[in-house]
Design a protein around this ligand. Structure first.
Ligand code: SAH
Length: 347
């Protein structure tokens, strides 16, 4: 059941201090409670042992502490771990831990379902149910960090917002979660280890630049030809490539940080020389690198990974034009944890 009481974790430290002052206590009590909630991550008021019983009861009468629960955990043969995460209202999202030799990366969700309608993505079929709150995003990272230490003997080193949802359509909460993740009172992680991936919402990309964010930006491009992009990512009718490019130029001018383009090559969709030329041209406009990602089939075969030859054509053309390109192999496919496969199948 969803409680009527307010989630105490939606309060800022200042608001907590004000609350304590308003009940005739010391403002400093707010700092203590804030520390319990964030650095120590307690889920019950009774665990706040340096707070008097009377105060704890008072808190309990006014607030709840919402938190996530890892409902089920699946481990892939390649070390990838997928969490089905239950939110306080019973909805489920997924997050993934991706280990490599030198680092571990958390792939976190920003929405339940997704606002967008990419034809090749399993999450798109869930439709958007709601945005995640900052604490729900933060908690996914905390859970993955614990699993990274437990299964791979190292703290979490990187975070990508490439799970369910479109982060820039939940702008405020995503940025608030990153503030917590990077603050000393939270996880103290460096912003440069965080990447936010977007399907390309120009207005919000400009806002990121204006807000002087310090993390990296990735754009799921998949085609640099407007007509093709509209077919596979129908929302692109409203957010055109011209508008996208203009916002990326703006981003680079302000941040001087290279953009990563994520790109899948499909048979018969974007495997032509025309498509390659369009990508090269697009890439020349703003400093960037291209990450070619493997397609993870989600259905009956409308989309099929192009053969190696087509990928090589892309790589050759990009390299000839001195555009950095990497090819990312899929991880966690056996447990549906790979890109575009997050669809709450197991929960
Ligand atoms: N909405 C944001 C965040 C999700 S990131 C965005 O689109 O960037 C998820 C990434 O996986 C995106 O690059 C997306 O294009 C890619 N993806 C979606 N479905 C996929 C699939 N079936 N196989 C491989 N990658 C996929």
């Amino acid at each position: 059941m969803v409680s009527e009481k307010k989630d105490i974790r939606s309060l800022t430290k200042e608001e907590l201090r004000t609350f304590f002052k308003s009940i005739g206590d010391k403002a400093f009590r707010g700092n203590q409670v804030y520390e319990w909630l964030w650095s120590k991550g307690v889920h019950r008021f009774e665990d706040m042992t340096n707070i008097s019983k009377e105060t704890r009861t008072h808190l309990e009468e006014n607030y709840v502490i919402n938190h996530i629960e890892v409902n089920s955990l699946q481990r892939s043969s390649d070390g990838t771990v997928k969490n089905a995460v239950k939110l306080h209202d019973g909805l489920i999202v997924e997050s993934v831990l991706i280990p490599t030799k030198k680092r571990t990366t958390a792939c976190v969700s920003s929405q339940v379902g997704c606002s967008l309608d990419c034809k090749f993505c399993a999450t798109a079929r869930l439709k958007r149910m709601r945005n995640l709150n900052p604490d729900e995003i933060y908690d996914q990272v905390v859970a993955i960090d614990k699993e990274s230490r437990l299964y791979h003997n190292m703290p979490l080193s990187n975070i990508v917002f490439m799970g369910m949802g479109e982060p820039l359509m939940n702008y405020k909460n995503v940025l608030a979660s990153i503030d917590k993740i990077t603050s000393e009172e939270g996880l103290g992680m460096a912003s440069k280890r965080i990447t936010v991936s977007t399907s390309g919402v120009p207005k919000m990309i400009k806002k990121l630049a204006d807000d002087e964010v310090k993390f990296h930006l990735a754009v799921s491009l998949h085609s640099a030809i407007q007509e093709t992009r509209e077919q596979i990512m129908p929302f692109a009718k409203n957010f055109t490539l011209d508008g996208l490019l203009e916002s990326l130029e703006y981003w680079y001018e302000k941040t001087k940080r290279k953009i990563t383009y994520e790109y899948i090559v499909w048979d018969g969709i974007n495997d032509t020389y025309e498509a390659i030329d369009a990508l090269v041209k697009f890439c020349k406009a703003v400093p960037c690198k291209v990450n070619i990602i493997e397609y993870n089939p989600i259905d009956d075969g409308e989309f099929q990974q192009a053969p190696k030859k087509a990928i090589d054509n892309y790589i050759n053309a990009l390299e000839r034009n001195r555009i950095p390109v990497t090819v990312r192999k899929s991880r966690g496919k056996d447990i549906d944890a790979a890109c575009g496969q997050l669809a709450n199948k197991s929960s």
